[in-house]
Write a protein that binds this ligand. Structure first.
Ligand code: OAD
Length: 258
């Protein structure tokens, strides 16, 4: 059996499918990844831009970086892989999506596919949400944030402190509900389709491992030879747009009712 036949067979026979994505799924929409050559962490310091210490030291610099990324994502469109995931999740019961990405491309693809209530967990938060740095009160994100001085940054309407991006930074815990929901999904999934992640960041990287630990299978789509050698992992070497539409189109209908 070829790898692609094996992947299709697992998907076809699964009751619950978990799709777990990283920056690579958005690469073909023009959004840079983090750890590839020329990726975001090649030009920027994670300690300065993705930590509370970095934010407290220079909130203008941190907001400017997230603003740059937010405007870039706004100009991007979901690609064939996002669209295929959205159609699959809409048509086939028992499918959920966990993304490490803070862009909104899975969500936009779901809306375009006519899915009003998609199960998409944004594991690391969102570029399109903010909350108070001190009291955590969420706030409405302005269309543009003026990052030229501390005086123009958004502040909390309750306590007056700076708002911050609602993104989980290094050294911070994943939101409780997100962690609990993700745990449930990964302990129940028969198949985890892992698309475009280096699996270098924890606890996110535990998700496919948890599926394996519960007796499920993992299919990985990535142009690079990554991850874990395991008999229950099939690796499809190629980009998200090369593989995801084909793999999901052929297994749109499950053999077993969920
Ligand atoms: P990385 O930049 O670490 O990894 C991107 C992965 O995508 C690599 O394995 C690439 O080989 C793969 N890739 C590149 N182009 C691709 C394509 N066209 N199709 C499929 N795969 C492709 O990004 P993540 O694994 O998502 O955290 O990084 C995890 C976390 O690290 C991010 O969520 C972010 C970062 O710090 C936060 O923002 C909190």
């Amino acid at each position: 059996m070829t790898d692609i036949d094996q992947a299709s067979d697992w998907l076809y026979n699964a009751k619950k499918v978990l799709i777990f994505t990283g920056a690579g799924v958005s690469a073909e929409s023009g959004i840079p990844t983090f750890r590839d050559q020329g990726g975001l962490w090649a030009g920027f310091s994670a300690a300065d831009l993705a930590s509370l210490t970095g934010f407290d030291k220079d909130p203008c610099q941190v907001w400017a970086w997230y603003e740059m990324r937010r405007q870039r994502v706004r100009q991007a469109e979901p690609n064939a892989a996002h669209r295929a995931v959205a159609t699959y999740a809409k048509e086939r019961p028992g499918v959920s999506v966990i993304t490490q990405n803070v862009d909104d491309l899975h969500q936009r693809a779901a809306v375009a596919a006519g899915d009003d209530d998609p199960t998409i967990i944004s594991y690391h938060g969102s570029l399109f949400r903010m909350r108070c740095r001190r009291c955590s009160l969420p706030g409405d994100m302005p269309h543009v944030i003026d990052t030229t001085s501390r005086d123009t940054l958004p502040t909390c309407r309750q306590c007056g402190k700076f708002m911050r991006p609602d993104i989980t930074w290094f050294g911070e815990a994943i939101h409780r509900k997100v962690a609990d929901d993700s745990d449930q999904l990964s302990s129940r999934a028969d198949v985890c389709l892992v698309i475009g992640t280096s699996l270098e960041v924890y606890p996110a990287a535990f998700i496919p491992k948890q599926v394996l630990a519960h007796g499920g299978h993992v299919i990985e789509i990535n142009p690079e030879p990554e991850t874990f050698a395991h008999p229950e992992v099939v690796q499809l070497r190629g980009t998200a747009c090369e593989f995801v539409p084909d793999v999901l189109r052929d297994t749109r209908y499950a053999r077993v009712a969920p």
